[in-house]
Design a protein around this ligand. Sequence first.
Ligand SMILES: NC(=O)c1ccc[n+]([C@@H]2O[C@H](COP(=O)([O-])OP(=O)(O)OC[C@H]3O[C@@H](n4cnc5c(N)ncnc54)[C@H](O)[C@@H]3O)[C@@H](O)[C@H]2O)c1
Length: 337
Amino acid sequence: MRMLVTGGAGYVGSHTCVALAEAGHEVFAIDNFANSDESALTGVSALVGRRFEWSRADIRDRDAMAKLIAPGAFDVILHLAALKSVPESLKKPELYWDNNVGGMAVLLRAGRAAETSMFVFSSSATVYGAQERVPISESASPAPLNPYACTKLAGERMLSDLVHSQPDFRACILRYFNPVGAHKSGGIGENLKEPASNLFPMAIAACRNQRTVEIYGTDYETPDGSAIRDYVHVMDIAEAHVSAVNFLASDKSRNRGDAWIFNLGTGQGCSVIELIRKIEKVSRRPIITRATGRRKGDIAISVADPSLSEALLGWRARRSLEEACADVLRPDDWRCK
Ligand SMILES: NC(=O)c1ccc[n+]([C@@H]2O[C@H](COP(=O)([O-])OP(=O)(O)OC[C@H]3O[C@@H](n4cnc5c(N)ncnc54)[C@H](O)[C@@H]3O)[C@@H](O)[C@H]2O)c1
């Protein structure tokens, strides 16, 4: 099938392009390089060869999207392009609403005009906010705690409305938990323009540069007091997109009358302190840590119940967290700043 991947130069997007092309699909990626550069796309090209093309484009550009998404051009749109920094979204909410929600509306409009019938949307576990019940299933009521998470939920609702209005339109919402790691070749990875604000790349950078990594909060109600997350290898996340496309193309996805929602996580929690110990073990280097106060908007525990993804998509995370650490810590792959 022919796939349009928005945000294809990004961290998850580049790995997803590889997984889709390796599954035999024709992939066309677009990106405006707001948080990436061409090197990721060069890396994807080197890994997958002729099944991959790309161009620079902004999803908010109505004319460009209408021209690109011509009738019959794509069977599926996989929408990963977004701004994703929680701290930045607290400072510039209008930018996040314009880019993530406004951009998605433009994309959906172009897709509808071209009668593209399948859509996969990258959402986030942040839409759940702090839940009493863990692991979190898709039926939990969303309670986003910051503008970034609100824009993801707004995208989900927009998609849901579109599915209601068009009987032939089918959509999957993938709620990622915490993607980590890199392609095992070292050819692509998390190529950060800004220093990271999430733990895994911060801890990897601290390990590499012998800098201190801050532990935000050691007084949570968790066994070691630090926050617990569900880390999932980025290639497992990438392969979930292949499963989602197969699902949408199959009879199993018919007649729901709404978008399908799936958690992408391992179901296993790992605390900040445990993650740092794992990186130390894999790298055989000590990491210097400093305990500081809780960060605004952070929650104690976020772990997925991935059973629906396993049952309907036939997907489950196969790679370990140690593998994710090793894939990023290869000596020639020190991209994290
Ligand atoms: N990485 C995570 O921790 C995580 C967790 C949950 C959900 N997500 C979601 O997954 C998706 C991919 O995340 P990622 O980690 O790869 O982020 P990323 O920043 O690496 O990739 C996003 C890409 O989208 C591009 N982009 C942003 N705005 C654009 C626009 N207007 N037009 C065209 N391109 C645009 C950026 O340049 C970037 O290359 C995002 O939608 C994000 O919200 C990510």
